[in-house]
Design a protein around this ligand. Structure first.
Ligand SMILES: *[C@@H]1O[C@H](CO)[C@@H](O)[C@H](O)[C@H]1NC(C)=O
Ligand SMILES: *[C@@H]1O[C@H](CO)[C@@H](O)[C@H](O)[C@H]1NC(C)=O
Length: 280
């Protein structure tokens, strides 16, 4: 059995594979913006930092909503870990539409709490401006409930309620829909198709690398440029040889002569046999 494997050529696909893997890594690990780091967590916690990082796609966007309650009319502005209404440190502000009062800070992103569920993230901004009369004149607090909605990248901010008719722990509640907080869907690629893709990539690396090697370094022409041309054109013969070794139970020399039974019988002379039929 002759197997024509050119040895120095085996180094080429290895180099190409390393290059391909590096390209894939480069393509996948590109995004590295961390705008959510501008939020100051009230208590340093890896769980809260993780919940907060899910909101990264919503940073640098100003959400606005108008709210009319009786004769009072307000505009609320909200940003994820950014200055809302151009007020430093304020993540959620209330602007009186009549324009008489200053902007009121509902919550600061410098005092943030983030709670993450499977398909929602609750963002709490504390240390807002103090209430004038309600809630024991404590600082205002904003709760923004961000829920998964795969149909909208960033939905419309909504005012849900202002809970202030109590002694303490008052809050403003807002809601927002976004696909950013949706759980990641499992990859549609099965293990089998990933193996198939890897196989195809390796095959094309082998063919292209082999072709270039044969053409540029060996200087082959025509079909000889096909990598390991001799090996692949003889692969059928090699397989047959291998099968001969493995599958056959008896060598050709052991085989009994075919139709031996017929030939062993002493053949009668046909002319002799027909003799009695002839009229004497
Ligand atoms: C978001 O805004 C900050 C400053 O306001 C800026 O440094 C950053 O590049 C912006 N990021 C994106 C993704 O626009
Ligand atoms: C927030 O308010 C608390 C008091 O309730 C205070 O101790 C804390 O320093 C404030 N944090 C900031 C960043 O203003």
């Amino acid at each position: 059995m002759k197997v024509a494997l050119s040895l120095p050529y085996t180094a080429m696909p290895v180099l190409q594979l390393i290059l391909a893997v590096q390209l894939v890594l480069l393509a996948c690990g590109g995004q590295a913006s961390d705008n959510v780091k501008r939020c100051g967590l009230r208590y340093e916690s890896p769980t809260e930092a993780k919940a907060l990082s899910r909101l990264e796609p919503l940073t640098n966007i100003s959400f606005t909503v108008d709210e009319t309650d009786g004769k009072e009319s307000y505009t609320y502005q909200f940003q994820v870990c950014g200055d809302a209404g151009n007020m430093e440190g304020a993540g959620l502000v209330q602007i009186d539409k009549a324009g008489k009062k200053n902007k009121i800070v509902i919550g600061r992103y410098t005092v943030t709490q983030a709670i993450g569920g499977s398909d929602w993230v609750m963002l709490i901004y504390r240390n807002g401006s103090n209430y004038d009369g309600h809630c024991s004149k404590e600082m205002r607090k904003a709760i923004v409930m961000i829920s998964c909605n795969r149909d909208v990248e960033m939905g419309q901010l909504e005012v849900k309620l202002e809970d202030r008719e109590k002694q303490s722990d008052c809050f403003y509640l807002f809601e927002l829909d976004s696909s950013a907080v949706c759980p990641v869907l499992p990859s549609k690629l099965s293990a089998g198709s990933i193996i198939l893709i890897i196989g195809l990539v390796l095959l094309s690396v082998y063919l292209i690398g082999g072709f270039l090697y044969q053409r540029l370094i060996v200087g082959a022409k025509g079909v000889e440029q096909f990598p390991n041309y001799f090996f692949w054109t003889h692969v059928g013969n090699l397989a047959a040889d291998g099968c001969n070794l493995v599958c056959r139970t008896r060598g050709p020399e052991d085989e009994p002569p075919t139709y031996s039974g017929v030939s062993v019988e002493p053949a009668e002379d046909p002319e002799e046999r027909d003799d009695h039929l002839l009229p004497m």
